[in-house]
Design a protein around this ligand. Sequence first.
Ligand SMILES: [Zn+2]
Length: 563
Amino acid sequence: MKKFLSALLLSCGLAYGQNDIPTDYFSNPLDIKLVLSGNFGEMRSNHFHSGLDLKTQQREGLPVYAPADGYVSRINVQHYGYGKALYILHPNGYTTVYGHLRSFAGDIEKYVKDTQYSKETFELERFPDKTLLPVKKGDLIAYSGNTGGSGGPHLHFEIRDSSQRPMNPLLFGIEIPDTKKPIVSAVFAYPIGEDAHVNQGQNRTKLRLIKQKDGNYKAENITAFGKLGFGITTYDQQDGASNKNGSYKIETRFNGSEKFEVLFNKFAFSETRYLNRYTDYNYYKTNKSMVQKLFRESNNPLSIITKEDENGYITVQDSLQSIYTIEVNDFKGNRMYISVPIEGAELEILEPKDIVKTDDYIYADHATSITKGKFSIYIPANSLYEDTYLDIKDEGEVLKFHEDVIPIHSNISITADISAYNEADKDKLYIGRLNYKGLPYYTATTRSGDKLTARTRTFGSYTVAADTTAPKIKPVNFSEGKWISNQNFLKVKITDDLSGISSYRATINNKFILMEYDYKKDVLTYNFNDNINLETENNLKVIVIDNVGNSATFEAQFFRKQP
Ligand SMILES: [Zn+2]
């Protein structure tokens, strides 16, 4: 196994206690050259990425090695999220995490399978004590995969501190060659104050960037006045890969003095959803690109903001020339520099702030209840980041609950009165959010008498939908009554048209078998190596239940030669 080369941390001007961070303690968990398809802190939907995504040559099954001594402190197997995930606690207090694994290795795999068979479940979470599964540096611990919410084979690798806060693994000396400057693809100005403007407008303004000879950018001159903030879209690419990863550090200055710094060294999982406050959610939802706002608004506690003066805002005065600069660094210290020349002028506002007023103005720090037709909505205090007008309409069967252009931090509940439905149908109802095709996407719904309640963190159109169709179960690699002695796996496809799969259970000859669910392929897989004593003649039974309780049963007979 290769060791990480120690990174030249000094060149990066790192800002906090990294003197304590060991830079030669963890070795490479893969025995291939490390190439990143994702890096620490980069922006994902509703969260900051908490580790490195290590490319695995478009393959699954690469051996994963313990990067240092320690013991398996946690095992989590989920259909979604990290899929099969392993946590190793090291004697120096750091935990390393491995996600989207195809399988575990050796004693760890045996422990997981034994637990799955004894609990009769695929999904599980265990916290073994330190004596149960100790590991030595270099031990084979798992095989890389693509399980859970992974969009392609890779290893998700994390290093967490003793409080389980994810840290930037590059701080630990992991060497990723990078000689290219970060890219800044757009800069935006945000007039904030009531009398503030940019080029006589009060809405977000995209600035035209002019490339300079040295590769940096200068924005076209703007005329502005009052309190402003700025935002950027940026990404960084490392050598030998085209993936657009996150930039490491962003610093801003106004007339030479420091205004704001964002640094991706560490955060807490409890903060991660505030990404939706830090980025321009409306812009993301309408343009699919994340703008980082280089100022701190109310209800943004993010600790990645490491320096700020007046929350990063600037105040432009009449008749004064000033200059705002943004410096974006990657971990290797490659730097992109943008300057924005500003001409101060208190001018008439020609384009005032776009605000659509409605009857429903919501105070973010109050709880609010609203009833529209058969729907009622409860918005707990601090579910929203700021006071806002919401467009809420009862359109008969559909509740228009604004649009998904405003972020929701914590759950809002939507309740629907179903007393008008037939008694027999009530059990098959759920609250769904209409997707772009107009289909009601299942939202976790509970029923109490004639009330259905769903909890959601997404604005959009909601309706009461009925799912009266049972899931479908089809064999993939066998057929009824056939001999399949040479097959290693038994696969069935399971689908549900509306509310979605909630649970499943499979047996052979009435004994539980472990079937692993891959929701991305809609496939359940049984591995014949699991060593269940099979007969020559075997009866498979698979039961699948959807989210409103419709149940389907599939039975098939197959034959296998006795060993
Ligand atoms: Zn990842």
